[in-house]
Design a protein around this ligand. Structure first.
Ligand SMILES: *Cc1c(COP(=O)(O)O)cnc(C)c1O
Length: 359
């Protein structure tokens, strides 16, 4: 018997979520962001589900080349650009667009002597202070790119630090946009801006391309529920009860005897642990569903198992269905309880659970 833990990817839900992008920003082209194996959903599933997207954006160069080799013929964008100068000829040969974010990448591109021209997205650091040129350096970087014979086009790209937080006190979207608009004024090129939160909360931002990620997978930035935005969960993480323990008041459960029963109770042991991608830091009370009924995690999550409160679920037995997140429990609820974001939970599900696909 296989261990009863599975991650089921719903292609129809992903397709639906992409249609929500179109509804929000009907005039923008959209990169479907498929980095990190499509946020844990499988790159091949994503290619199928996002066939309506105008292109795919990711980080991993080997995966980008594999997409081309498998016949993907729409634009592909490397969000962090290249890492080593030696990668450039391969990117050019495969018609893969990439970000240029600093002088190190710039110099490599200037010296690359490419035979096939490339499309470049010039990254601006408009307040995130991660990748990109400062606004005051931007025009000069643009001119350098324009002077390179093997650069075919230059697009303008920046990333928002706080698009999920209205009127952020430190770096609001409006301030990043002000810097971006100022630095690109008078330059010609397409604009490549919004992530999911900007698409959902600031659909009026003027941009030629958008870069949705989390919303395509039915997650939301900022801990809100996906349902409120008309998004459907694309991953259901499911298991079963593999043992039941009736414990007495005062007895405890699991490593560290972290949880102690305040009355006689029934505990269910679930085949899922941190070695599968469930967060070990999830505390007592983290929501979990048994037979479709919401209950709570108790005790410490261990490597291969976790324990739940079955008091109040009298029908539960060995083999009862457990939903960690997805079908019964929104992933944000688990993420909020564990002090993280749905992004991290999705990406953490590894190859140990069985992976299933719902077309
Ligand atoms: C990951 C990423 C995105 C997608 O962000 P979401 O919040 O998942 O929509 C967009 N742009 C860049 C540069 C990214 O790295």
């Amino acid at each position: 018997m296989t261990r009863p833990l599975s991650a089921t990817i719903d292609i129809g839900a992903m397709r639906h979520n992409f249609s929500v992008v179109r509804q929000c920003v009907p005039n923008a082209k959209a990169w479907a962001v498929v980095k990190a194996d499509a946020y844990g959903h499988g790159l091949a599933n994503a290619v199928k589900a996002f066939s309506d997207a105008d292109g795919l954006a990711l980080i991993e160069i080997d995966k980008a080349i594999a997409l081309r080799e498998n016949g993907y013929n729409k634009p592909i964008l490397l969000l962090e650009g290249f890492f080593k100068a030696e990668e450039l000829p391969d990117l050019a040969a495969h018609d893969i667009s990439f970000a240029v974010a600093n002088d190190h990448q710039m110099a490599a591109l200037e010296n690359a002597n490419l035979k096939t021209p490339v499309n470049v997205h010039l990254k601006m650091n408009s307040g995130m202070n991660r990748l990109g040129y400062q606004p005051h350096e931007y025009k000069k970087a643009y001119a350098r790119l324009k002077a390179i014979p093997w650069v075919k086009s230059v697009a303008f790209m920046t990333h928002f630090a706080n698009s999920e937080t209205p009127n952020h006190p430190k770096v609001p979207v409006t301030e990043q946009l002000r810097r971006f608009n100022g630095a690109t004024e008078g330059l010609t090129g397409i604009r490549n801006l919004s992530n999911s939160a900007a698409i959902l909360l600031h659909p009026d931002i003027k941009t030629d391309w958008v870069r949705p990620g989390i919303m395509l997978y039915g997650g939301t930035p900022g801990g809100k529920s996906a349902e409120a935005f008309g998004l459907k969960p694309a991953m259901s993480f499911d298991s079963e009860i593999i043992q039941i323990q009736h414990i007495k008041k005062g007895e405890s459960v699991g490593y560290g005897s972290l949880f102690t029963a305040s009355e006689n109770m029934t505990i269910g042991v679930v085949a899922c642990g941190y070695a599968d991608g469930y967060p070990r830091v999830a505390p007592e009370g983290t929501p979990i569903a048994v037979n479709g009924i919401k209950t709570r995690l108790v005790g410490r999550v261990s490597m291969d198992m976790l324990t739940v409160d079955l008091t109040g679920i009298p029908g539960a037995h060995i083999g009862s269905k457990v939903n960690l997140w997805g079908n019964d429990i929104p992933i944000e609820e688990v993420a909020n309880a564990a002090g993280t974001v749905g992004y991290e939970l999705m990406c953490a599900v590894n190859s140990r659970p069985t992976h299933l696909v719902k077309e």
